[in-house]
Structure formats: C-alpha cells, structure tokens
Write a protein that binds this ligand. Structure first.
Ligand SMILES: [Zn+2]
Length: 244
C-alpha cells in the first residue's frame, strides 16, 4: 500500500477512537438531558393534577352554595306548611317540601363525593411533589457525575484530535475531503477492506456493503496509490495487508 492509502488506513483508526471518545462525552450529556426531561414531565403532571383539583373545588363550591339556597327554601316551606289553610294546600306544600329535601340529599351526596375526589387529588399532588424532589436529586447526581467525567473525555478528545490532525496532514487534500465526506455519511466508517469471497478466486466484495467489486478495481488498488471507492456505497476501498 502506498503512502496515501496507508495514511487513510491510519486516519480511519484514529477516526474510530475520536468518535468513541466523543460518544462517551455525548452519553454523559444525554443522561443529564434524559433526567431533566423526567423532571419536566413530572412538573407538568403536577400542574395538570392541580388544575383538575381546582376545577373540582369550583364545582364543589357551586354545589355548596346551591345547597344553602335550597336549605333556606326548605325552612320557608316548613313555615308555609304550618300556615296552610286547607288540606289541599297542606298536601301541595308537603309534596314540594319532600321533593326539595330529596334533591338536597342528592346534592349533599354529590358534595361528599367531590370532597373525597379533592382529597385524593391532593394526595396525588403530594406524591408527585415527592417524585419531583427525588428526580431532582437524581438529576443533580447525574449532572455532577457527567461534569466530573466530561473533563477527562474532553482531554482525551483533544489528544486524539491532535493525532487525527497530524495524520491528516500527510494525506493530500482531495483524498482527505473524500475521507471526511464518506465518514460523515457512514458514521465514521470511511475506509473498508475488500473481502475475497470464500472459495472463489477473483470474486471480491466491499467490506462495508458486501456488494461485488470487480477484479479491475482490485488490480488498481494493488498497483496504484489512489482512492478507489465502492461503486455501490462509495466507501474508500483498501486491500488488507497480509499481516491481518
Ligand atoms: Zn460498498
């Protein structure tokens, strides 16, 4: 292998280490973001629960007010009952009184149910507040851990990046551009080996996408120090050295 392809193989190895180091840093940051999102989702659950409780309270207040008015009506009907002048009038007022009392008892039941619901909602709010506190502590711990390790990762990234830059300097600019473009497309995998298909002499395939590679391409790779790309996936092809 000539110096260009040799340089690209070296660059690929450094590229792999660079991406691994960057991934470690990103993982730490991502775990912080996940915890932050969990705090936020609990907070919005709490807001929704509080709003629900508030609506139930409004409904409960309205029914209590209605009950008060109706209780006053019952008292008034009782007065009318005492002052009834005929049996017919007495019977009519009594019917009204009983109906109103029955309605009032229904409203009382409703009020009790609403009060129970409010109590349950408030307990749930308390539980969510507890979860938020726990989650916030977890977030703080995760943040501290991520901050502590990120300094080390950043140092490692800088070191590997310097290595990358040094290797890149030995590679002609157009070849380097191709490497960078393909690496972006394939998550860092720009250079792949040409595989010889088992049991078939002269049958070759791309180590990246496994599509066939012509013997002419392999010949070019063996004789020239030039970039040959897989016609299917566009990755940079190399012939693996005998040592591996
Ligand atoms: Zn390919």
């Amino acid at each position: 292998m000539g110096p260009v392809l040799d340089g690209l193989v070296k660059l690929q190895s450094v590229e792999n280490r660079l991406r691994a180091a960057k991934a470690k840093l990103a993982r730490g940051r991502r775990s912080v973001i996940i915890q932050e999102n969990q705090v936020r989702s609990l907070q919005s659950a709490l807001e929704a629960k509080k709003e629900e409780t508030q609506l139930t309270k409004v409904q409960c207040d309205r029914l209590e007010l209605e009950l008060k008015t109706r209780d006053a009506e019952v008292a008034k009907l009782r007065g009318s009952l005492n002052n009834a002048k005929t049996n017919k009038e007495y019977a009519a007022v009594l019917t009204m009184l009983n109906t109103t009392k029955a309605d009032n008892s229904k409203i009382e039941t409703q009020i009790l149910e609403l009060m129970k619901a409010i109590e349950t909602d408030e307990e749930e709010c308390e539980a969510i507040r507890g979860q938020i506190e726990e989650q916030k502590q977890l977030l703080e711990e995760t943040r501290k851990k991520a901050d502590a390790s990120s300094a080390g990762f950043e140092e490692e990234i800088a070191k590997v990046q310097a290595e990358w830059d040094a290797v890149a300097e030995s590679i002609p600019a157009p070849s380097l551009e191709v490497f960078k473009r393909v690496a972006e497309t394939y998550d860092g995998e720009a250079v792949v080996k040409v595989d010889q298909q088992e049991g078939k002499s002269g049958a070759y395939s791309c180590g990246g996408c496994f599509m066939g590679i012509t013997a002419e391409s392999v010949n070019l790779l063996l004789t020239r120090d030039e970039i040959i790309r897989c016609p299917n996936c566009t990755r940079i092809l190399i012939i693996s050295d005998s040592q591996d």
